[in-house]
Design a protein around this ligand. Structure first.
Ligand code: ADP
Ligand code: MG
Length: 674
């Protein structure tokens, strides 16, 4: 049913909904709220907490004032509660408030509280009589994800109408719902939008999360079943050059790397196609294992492709592989294929790929475009796989005649969950860091530490080392506080001596510019690189020993851990400086976890404990897996149940009707991405 058929939605509003990913009235039902606004009991002013919405019962104690600041009209009122504490309430561009409020009035004021010069200010509070507020108390108002132009009220109205017009059919078999105590789909959908109590919400959410995981697992199992029966059309045996190549690496492979490599070798020379996940923390040395596999394909006279999530990373892989080939005098031609190349350059590469002259192809998703035809693709490696969907993984596989696939991931999820999440893949785990690595020294500090940090960086540069500094935003904006790359770079250029090259990098730059900057950094022509999180995935500059993160409180711990993974990649002692820009204790406490350990798994688990299981709408624990409502770490128990549910069906341990079965497998067609 089309959105336009709802009252209040015209063509313009329909477009806004499309942008939010809602294309039909049915879609509205699964457009879940981001969180709920609950009307909690009023508190005393002395008990207010800053930076959140709260309610206070108080009396207006002075005359209301109106002032103008540039083109803003600001109304101020002073409120005192029965304990005698005071706060200010402020409204912008609402001059009528002066006539609504009078000295001596008693109201419940509800608004966002912040602190200004040591006292509390409530922004734009709504006012309620005691009776009005009583009615609202305990209610949970859905707050929806929005795109600009779309308001919460528009969504709310549309969703309410949708419930009277369309229905979703039940996709979880009755037996499964009984065993795992899941609500039916109709009630769950209604309650996720309009829960009356927290309990309503919890029950509804559990069902919807289960459903999402359940169908995801069914899809993966299907995929696995198909893969398991595919025979190996590319039997790749160990080339004689390989031993020499490994000897020439300049380091000893760790035993975890060797074990993984043997698992791969066994797969690619067996009679079934390989589908393998290589999981290993940042810095564990996944790349070289992939490279050995790519070289093996090439030396067997076939093609191997490596797909990276960013151009910077693709270029770097290309560079490294080229050097390795040269060093070993191998007769192998590597090519790079990335979006920023000119049309002419791309055409040349296409020809090389199609004719089979190119042996190893390294690039971004440019590798899976229609124009690329492979000659004899035997192996596809995707690096940092979580950035690609299952679909993309399939697309590139379809480009050849059932090539072997290998995906590499640093996402720290426990083995039990990994087995479920990557159900279509066999798993190798690199659980060991190369020896000789010195543990990274960490510190979490306030902004007052900056001068010291700069002196420290200066000294590291003196010793020939390099540093990254990460800022949350690209340029100054009124909307978001925090450091920005552009101004920070200028500031730093003024602070550090002029012989130290300070430059910047961010996601809004052209791909070619990004490459230039990254190359200059890799060649030590830039010593201090100020950047956004674009450097987060995979880049490898072993000479960099300092990672300083401004406004570290703004980032998820998993992300900070990834950033930290950019240093400590060479033999030199490396350092991580996390600046807590908020000065708040709870942010500091969270960051301390990074201080305690350099282990991605430990960090993910501690982060989870700190936030507690009730915190469903906090920072996403594992945002890499894009589920609508479920979070594999927070909802690990539901994930395990869903996997057990699928087992019950597949092993015929429970009875489900033919209709239910048909519905289950129809879900296959839905696009699911991880
Ligand atoms: P990641 O697993 O994060 O992708 P990389 O593969 O980029 O890690 O490896 C990080 C660094 O460690 C690289 O500079 C790489 O050359 C080096 N490296 C890999 N394996 C070893 C090893 N066994 N001994 C020493 N250094 C190694
Ligand atoms: Mg990597």
């Amino acid at each position: 049913m089309q959105l336009k058929e709802l009252s209040g939605i015209g063509e313009k509003t329909e477009k806004l909904f499309h942008r939010a990913g809602v294309d039909s009235v049915e879609d509205l039902l699964s457009y879940y709220p981001r969180y709920y606004d609950t009307y909690e009991a009023p508190v005393f002013i002395r008990d207010l907490e800053t930076d959140r919405t709260q309610a206070v019962k108080g009396t207006v104690v002075r005359e209301i004032t109106v002032r103008r600041v540039r083109n803003l009209t600001i109304v101020d009122a002073y409120i005192r509660d029965e304990k005698g504490n005071g706060m200010k309430a402020t409204w912008f561009n609402a001059p009528y408030m002066k006539n609504t409020l009078h000295r001596g009035d008693v109201f419940i004021f509800r608004g966002f509280v912040h602190e200004n010069r040591g006292s509390y200010v409530m922004d734009q509070p709504k006012t309620f009589s005691f009776v009005q507020y009583q009615k609202k108390m305990g209610e949970m108002q859905p707050v929806y994800p929005l795109v600009s132009g779309l308001t919460n009220n528009m969504v709310l109205k549309a969703v309410k109408q949708a419930f009277n017009l369309v229905k979703k059919s039940e996709t979880i078999p009755l037996e499964i719902r009984k065993i795992f105590q899941l609500q039916n789909v109709e009630d769950a959908l209604y309650n996720i939008h309009f829960p009356k109590t927290n309990n309503d919400f919890t029950i509804a959410r559990k069902r919807l999360v289960f459903e999402e995981f359940f169908h995801f697992i069914i899809t993966l199992r299907k995929l696995k079943e198909t893969n398991d029966t595919i025979k190996n059309y590319h039997v790749l045996t160990e080339p004689e050059e390989l031993e020499k190549i490994i000897e020439n690496l300049g380091f000893q492979l760790t035993s975890a790397q060797i074990r993984t490599w043997h698992e791969i070798q066994r797969d690619i020379s067996s009679d079934k196609v390989m589908n393998r996940l290589i999981q290993g923390d940042v810095g564990s040395g996944k790349t070289i294992v992939a490279v050995l596999a790519l070289l093996t394909a090439a030396l067997n006279g076939e093609q191997g492709a490596l797909m990276a999530p960013t151009e910077v990373l693709a270029r770097q892989h290309f560079q490294n592989i080229s050097e390795l080939i040269e060093k070993n005098c191998l007769n192998i031609k590597p090519v790079a294929l990335v979006g920023s190349m000119t049309a002419k350059e791309k055409r040349e590469v296409y020809t090389l790929i199609e004719s089979g002259k190119a042996d190893i192809i390294i690039g971004t998703h440019a590798l899976i475009q229609d124009k690329v035809n492979y000659h004899n693709l035997a192996l596809v490696v995707t690096d940092e796989q979580h950035r690609f969907g299952v679909r993309q993984r399939e697309t590139i596989s379809e480009k050849g005649n059932y090539p072997h696939t290998m995906v590499m991931s640093a996402t720290p999820i426990p083995r039990t969950l990994a087995i479920i999440m990557y159900g279509d893949l066999d798993i190798s785990i690199i659980d060991e860091l190369p020896s000789g690595r010195k543990p990274i020294a960490n510190c979490v500090v306030g902004t007052e530490y900056r001068p010291k940090a700069y002196r420290f960086i200066e000294n590291q540069v003196k010793e020939g080392r390099q540093a990254y500094i990460i800022c949350p935003t690209v340029e100054y904006s009124e909307a978001v506080e925090g450091e920005n790359v552009i101004e920070y770079t200028k500031k730093l250029q003024a602070v550090l001596p002029s012989h130290i090259q300070v430059d910047f990098l961010h996601g809004r730059m052209k791909a070619s510019e990004k490459n230039e900057k990254m190359t200059a950094f890799a060649e030590n022509k830039i010593q201090v690189l100020v950047s956004t999180t674009v450097v987060e995935v995979g880049v490898n500059v072993p000479n960099a020993t300092v990672m300083m993160v401004e406004n570290a409180e703004r980032f998820g711990l998993a992300q900070l851990h990834q950033l930290r993974g950019r240093v400590g990649r060479g033999g030199n002692q490396s350092y991580c400086i996390f600046i807590n820009g908020s000065g708040k204790k709870d942010a500091g406490r969270r960051l301390e976890i990074l201080n305690q350990s350099n282990d991605g798994f430990f960090i993910a688990n501690e982060d989870l404990k700190l936030r507690g299981p009730g915190d469903f709408f906090g920072v996403r624990q594992s945002g890499d897996f894009e589920f609508r409502i479920g979070d594999i770490m927070n909802d690990a128990d539901i994930l395990k149940d869903a996997a057990r549910g699928v087992d019950l069906i597949e092993n015929n341990e429970i009875h489900i009707s033919e209709e239910e079965r048909a519905l289950l497998y129809k879900q296959q067609n839905e696009i699911i991405s991880i």
